[in-house]
Ligand binder design. Structure first.
Ligand code: FAD
Length: 334
């Protein structure tokens, strides 16, 4: 266990924002976590659980305790063609994907190279190339902050939706996730219909390794590397609008792209809306919009959290004025 005063968060957020916290605590086991939680006093509040900080915008120094769950470990149980893989919350997500591909356990290939840790995968319902973590998650184990009591949630308990879960909403700040169990399969049924995957593959019957490699190559070509240019991936969620709203907007913008959600609703790519407002490649202070991917906000060097937030607000304002659509950050703003 680590327990430091005046912790440095600069290397713990992929935006590369310079910030500190009053106290930094890192636990290596569930037992350490359960022993630590009852010792917290109000002087240590507020509390923030941090994974790899790849979906986080720090707008100021954190006035309380930041907790990192460094629980490692992978345990697999095979039942027929199903493989149940229980992972510690502090495992790096992409190491898990690489491990599964190596073992011949399938389902996570499309989620290759998403930064961050296992704990956050169950908070964020990470998704890419037509697959979401909710399709794999069967069980989430956590400890409640207030009572230090162990709790287990089923997939249904977590109310997963696009980049959403109860952990992000009504349960925000209530539970510390310690383990996530994913269901994979020994049968390989690749999902190739999203994000130009097929075009990138030399055959319609790729191996799992080939699919993982294609996803990695596309991501590396499209997304800025946070080590080179600070960012948190897609900054905004794609807004969902009613079909009536879409039809009204299409009279003015016939080329507006959209994807079906259900009978009454469609999703509009936030990147397209931002690009139409002229923000792609633009800079405001030390914060900018990536020149190939309008959905990604970048730290052009030395940006503060306030610089990033000012850019976020300016973009939201322009999209609202032009399209009367509210775009919400996917990134957790603290
Ligand atoms: C270059 C880049 C590309 C990205 N691409 C994608 C993508 O394709 N798809 C996608 O979905 N996301 C993407 N992201 C976003 C990010 O990778 C995910 O949201 C990821 O799950 C964040 O993991 P983390 O460990 O860094 O979480 P953090 O940013 O540290 O935390 C995220 C949230 O989870 C909470 N949390 C973290 N760990 C725990 C825990 N153990 N218990 C309780 N709460 C916890 C935090 O409090 C916070 O609310 C991208 C980010 C970057 C930088």
């Amino acid at each position: 266990m680590k327990d430091w005063r005046n912790g440095d968060l600069s290397g713990r957020n992929t935006f590369g924002i310079a910030a500190r916290c009053k106290r930094w605590v890192e636990v290596d086991s569930e037992e350490e976590l359960m022993a630590f939680l009852p010792t917290l006093s109000t002087a240590d509040a507020p509390l923030l659980v941090l994974g790899a900080g790849s979906n986080l915008l720090l707008t100021a120094d954190y006035p309380g305790t930041v907790l990192h769950v460094n629980i490692k470990g992978r345990e697999a149980t095979v039942e027929g063609t199903d493989v149940y893989l229980r992972c510690g919350a502090g495992e790096t997500w992409d190491d898990i994907v690489a491990f599964c591909v190596q073992q011949g356990w399938h389902g996570a290939e499309n989620l290759s190279l998403i930064p961050g840790e296992v704990g956050a995968s169950a908070v964020q319902n990470i998704g890419a190339y037509g697959v979401e973590a909710k399709e794999l998650i069967v069980k989430v184990e956590a400890v409640e902050w207030a009572t230090a009591r162990k709790v287990t949630f089923s997939n249904a308990d977590c109310a997963y939706a696009y980049r959403q879960s109860r952990f992000k909403n009504e349960w925000k700040g209530r539970f510390v996730i310690t383990h996530v169990t994913y269901r994979l399969s020994t049968e390989f049924r690749p999902c190739l219909d999203y994000g130009g995957l097929r075009a990138h593959l030399s055959s319609d019957h790729p191996t799992a390794e080939e699919l993982r490699r294609a996803v990695i190559d596309i991501r590396r070509a499209k997304l800025p590397d946070p080590k080179v240019e600070g960012n948190a991936g897609s900054f905004f969620m794609n807004p969902v609008v009613t079909r009536g709203q879409l039809e009204a907007l299409q009279r003015q913008y016939p080329q507006m792209p959209h994807y079906e959600v259900d009978e009454n609703r469609v999703k509009v790519p936030a990147g397209w809306l931002i690009e139409q407002c002229g923000w792609k490649g633009k800079t405001l202070g030390k914060a900018g919009v990536h020149d190939r991917q309008a959905l990604v906000l970048v730290n052009r060097g030395g940006a503060t959290g306030a610089d990033m937030l000012a850019l976020c607000r300016a973009i939201q304002g322009d999209v609202q004025r032009k399209f009367e659509i509210k775009i919400e950050p996917e990134v957790n703003i603290v």
